[in-house]
Write a new protein. Structure first.
Length: 89
């Protein structure tokens, strides 16, 4: 099971959809890429503790992280440099 994924600064494009089934993922660093779309695909990543998506082109609300309970268990996260909003928080 994939628990740590660090692929920062690779100019990856696309969405976070391939991570939907990574339920054991604890640490995710995809900073400084060109990712787009929302945070909704991360709702199934309920083991997340570290999340770094700094410097992408993600948009939408932080609400998917709140609704899934992920936001409460994160010990570190960096979402700067995206077009995300607080939404229902």
């Amino acid at each position: 099971m994939l628990q740590v994924l660090s692929m920062a600064g690779n100019q990856f494009t696309g969405s976070l959809a391939p991570l939907e089934s990574c339920t054991a993922l604890r640490d995710l660093d995809l900073s400084c890429n060109q990712l787009t779309g929302s945070l909704e695909p991360l709702q199934g990543c309920t083991a997340l503790h570290e999340l770094d998506l700094y410097g992408n082109k993600l948009s939408g609300s932080l609400e998917p992280l709140q609704l899934s309970g992920i936001m409460l268990q994160l010990t570190g996260f960096d979402l700067r440099g995206n077009q995300l909003t607080a939404g229902g928080l």
